[in-house]
Write a protein that binds this ligand. Structure first.
Ligand SMILES: *[C@@H]1O[C@H](CO)[C@@H](O)[C@H](O)[C@H]1NC(C)=O
Ligand SMILES: *[C@@H]1O[C@H](CO)[C@@H](O)[C@H](O)[C@H]1NC(C)=O
Ligand SMILES: *[C@@H]1O[C@H](CO)[C@@H](O)[C@H](O)[C@H]1NC(C)=O
Ligand SMILES: *[C@@H]1O[C@H](CO)[C@@H](O)[C@H](O)[C@H]1NC(C)=O
Ligand SMILES: *[C@@H]1O[C@H](CO)[C@@H](O)[C@H](O)[C@H]1NC(C)=O
Length: 386
C-alpha cells in the first residue's frame, strides 16, 4: 500500500512553477513570485472593468433588485416578446381586461420583422369536437400558417392527445346561449384571445358541426388574397329581418342600417379589433336585441356595415342548407355524404370574389352530425382535396 502511494506521487508531473529549482538563488525566486502575482492582479482588474462596462457585474449590489428568474416571454428589452405568441392560452384576465389588452394596436403599420400572416380558426363549441380527425387531416403539414382557439362550456374538460392540433388550445370560457348576448360575448372572447398573437391576420368562426370543403392551400389562398372580409350582411324586409329592429337603438342604429347575416364569419385583423373595442353598439344590442331578435345574426353584421361597409363582402364562406325549413338548418348524417352531395354545393352557383364572378363561393359547410365523420374521412381525399 505504502509503496503504491509513493509510486503514484513520483509519477505525478507537478506544474513547472512549483517544480523545485535548486539552481536559482532565493531573491530571484521571490521576484518570480512577485511578477506572477502582479500579472494575475492586472489581468483580474482588466477583466472586471470590462464586465462592469458590459453590465455583467454589479458595482453596487445593494441598489440592484433581487435577481429573479424571468420566463423568456417577459424579456422587456427584446422585440421577440412582442412577436412570439403567448406560450399558454390560459390566463387570469377577466373579459374587461382581456378586451382592453386585445385592443392595443401598433400605430406603425409596417412590421420591422418577418411576419408570416396566419389564419386563426376559432371553434365555438359546447363540448367535444366530433370532426376532429377531419380537421387534423386538413391542418397537417401547414404548421406556421394557422392557429387554433376553442371556446367550450366551462364544465367541459377536453382530453386531446398531445399530438393533436387542438391540444391545449382551449381559452378561458363562459356559458354561451343561442341567440343571446352571451353568444356574442363568447365570439368576442375568441377574437380577443386570437388577437394576442400578432401573427394572426384573419379570423374564422366555426362550430363543432362545421367541416372544411377544400384543402388548406386553397382556403389560405382564398382568404389571404381577398380584398374583403366575409361577413354575411343584408337588408331583409319582413318579420325576420327589419321586423327585429327596435327603435330604441337609434340614433346609433337606424332602421336603414339594420342588417342581418349568418353568425359564421371570416374577418381580418382590423375588423376583429373593431369588434373587440366596441362600446358604442354593444349596450344597444345587449338591451334591445333579445329573442326573438337573435343578436348573433345582427350585432357584428349591422355594426360593421355602419363602420366599415367598404371592407365587407356581405356574404358568408360557410355553406348551410335552409331548404328544409324551420328555425334550424339541415343536419347531414352519414347517408348524405356522397359525391353528388358535394357536387351540389360546388357547382351551379356564382358569387363575387374581389368584384369578379367566381364559382368558388364556400370554404366551409355545416351542419354535420358525428355519424358523418367516417364517410367524410373516406371521401375527403377524393372530393375535398385533402
Ligand atoms: C375585471 O376586473 C376589473 C378590475 O378588478 C374590474 O374593474 C372589472 O369590472 C372586471 N370585469 C369583469 C367583467 O368582471
Ligand atoms: C340615424 O339617424 C339620425 C337622424 O336622422 C342621424 O343623426 C344618425 O347619424 C343616423 N345614424 C347613423 C348610424 O347613420
Ligand atoms: C357590402 O354592403 C355595403 C353596404 O352595406 C356596401 O357599401 C359594400 O360595397 C358591399 N360590399 C361589396 C363587396 O359589394
Ligand atoms: C369508402 O368509399 C368506397 C368507394 O366509394 C366504398 O366502396 C366504401 O364502402 C367506403 N367505406 C366506408 C367505410 O364508407
Ligand atoms: C389542394 O387542392 C387542389 C384542388 O383540388 C389541388 O390542385 C392541390 O394540389 C391541393 N393541394 C395540396 C397541398 O394537396
Amino acid at each position: 500500500m505504502q509503496s503504491r502511494l509513493v509510486a503514484l506521487e513520483e509519477g505525478k508531473d507537478p506544474p513547472s512553477t512549483f517544480r523545485p529549482n535548486q539552481s536559482r538563488p532565493l531573491p530571484l525566486r521571490l521576484l518570480q513570485f512577485f511578477l506572477l502575482f502582479l500579472i494575475l492582479g492586472l489581468g483580474a482588474s482588466i477583466v472586471s472593468m470590462y464586465m462592469i462596462r458590459l453590465g455583467i457585474l454589479n458595482v453596487n449590489p445593494v441598489l440592484q433588485p433581487e435577481p429573479t428568474i424571468r420566463p423568456c416571454s417577459e424579456q422587456p428589452t427584446s422585440i421577440e416578446s412582442w412577436i412570439r405568441p403567448p406560450s399558454k392560452l390560459l390566463h387570469n384576465m377577466n373579459d374587461t381586461e382581456l378586451l382592453w389588452r386585445a385592443s392595443v394596436v401598433p400605430r406603425i403599420k409596417s412590421y420591422p420583422f418577418k411576419r408570416v400572416p396566419k389564419i386563426a380558426f376559432m371553434f365555438l363549441t359546447k363540448g367535444p369536437l366530433p370532426m376532429e380527425p377531419l380537421w387534423e387531416r386538413f391542418f397537417k403539414g401547414h404548421e406556421g400558417l394557422y392557429s387554433i382557439y376553442v371556446h367550450s362550456l366551462p364544465s367541459y374538460h377536453p382530453n386531446f392527445s398531445p399530438s393533436s392540433v387542438f391540444y391545449r388550445r382551449q381559452i378561458p370560457s363562459q356559458v354561451a346561449q343561442w341567440g343571446q348576448m352571451s353568444m356574442c360575448d363568447a365570439e368576442r372572447r375568441l377574437l380577443a384571445n386570437a388577437l394576442l398573437d400578432i401573427s394572426n391576420e384573419w379570423f374564422v368562426l366555426l362550430s363543432e358541426a362545421c367541416i372544411p370543403l377544400h384543402n388548406f392551400s386553397i382556403v389560405y389562398r382564398y382568404i389571404s388574397r381577398s380584398r374583403y372580409s366575409f361577413m354575411g350582411s343584408f337588408d331583409e324586409p319582413g318579420p325576420y329581418g327589419r321586423g327585429r329592429y327596435n327603435r330604441n337603438m337609434a340614433p346609433e342604429v337606424n332602421l336603414t342600417e339594420w342588417r342581418k347575416g349568418s353568425q359564421w364569419f371570416e374577418i381580418n385583423r382590423e375588423l376583429a379589433v373593431k369588434i373587440v373595442e366596441d362600446v358604442t353598439y354593444y349596450p344597444k344590442f345587449k338591451e334591445f336585441c333579445k329573442p326573438a331578435c337573435y343578436v348573433d345574426e345582427h350585432y357584428f353584421q349591422t355594426m360593421l356595415s355602419i363602420e366599415t361597409p367598404h371592407l365587407l363582402a356581405n356574404r358568408s364562406l360557410t355553406y348551410v342548407d335552409w331548404s328544409r325549413g324551420g328555425a334550424h338548418p339541415a343536419t347531414f348524417g352519414k347517408d348524405d355524404i356522397k359525391e353528388e352531395f358535394f357536387k351540389k354545393i360546388f357547382e351551379g352557383r356564382t358569387c363575387l370574389y374581389n368584384n369578379q364572378p367566381s364559382s368558388l363561393c364556400f370554404l366551409f359547410a355545416r351542419k354535420f352530425a358525428p355519424s358523418a365523420l367516417n364517410s367524410l374521412l373516406n371521401i375527403s381525399s377524393r372530393v375535398l382535396g385533402f
